[in-house]
Each structure stands twice: as structure tokens, then as C-alpha cells.
Design a binder for this molecule. Structure first.
Ligand SMILES: [Zn+2]
Length: 67
């Protein structure tokens, strides 16, 4: 098991999510990588300090830390 590669992949994905959140917060339209549908940011979650980014079909469903 190559842990350095795993760490890199995780941090890449984290950076990507932060970037996605920034764009959505600014009102940019983002699209799902799978179905190309529009992604929506839902801040009305049951978890304080978290938001959910998802597409209409549900193939993208990411919980983001807002803090
Ligand atoms: Zn999708």
C-alpha cells in the first residue's frame, strides 16, 4: 500500500471540493462530472457548518465543511 499516493489523492480531492465550494458561493454554475447536470449547494443541512453539493440525479453528493 502506497500511503503517500493515497494522501495526495485525498488532499487533491479536498482542494477540489474547496474550490468547488468557493465557486458555488460566488454564484458560479458548476456541473456534475458524471451527468453534466447543474450542481446545487444546499446549506440547510442537519449538520451545522456543513453544506451539501449535489446534482439532480444524485451521482454527485458531497458534504463540504464550511468552517
Ligand atoms: Zn450527476
Amino acid at each position: 500500500m502506497d500511503f503517500s499516493a493515497l494522501d495526495k489523492k485525498t488532499s487533491d480531492s479536498f482542494a477540489k471540493q474547496r474550490n468547488m465550494l468557493k465557486k458555488l458561493a460566488k454564484g458560479h454554475t458548476m456541473h456534475c462530472e458524471t451527468c453534466k447536470g447543474v450542481l446545487t449547494l444546499n446549506l440547510q443541512t442537519e449538520q451545522p457548518g456543513k453544506g451539501i453539493v449535489r446534482c439532480a440525479k444524485g451521482c454527485t453528493d458531497i458534504v463540504l465543511e464550511l468552517a
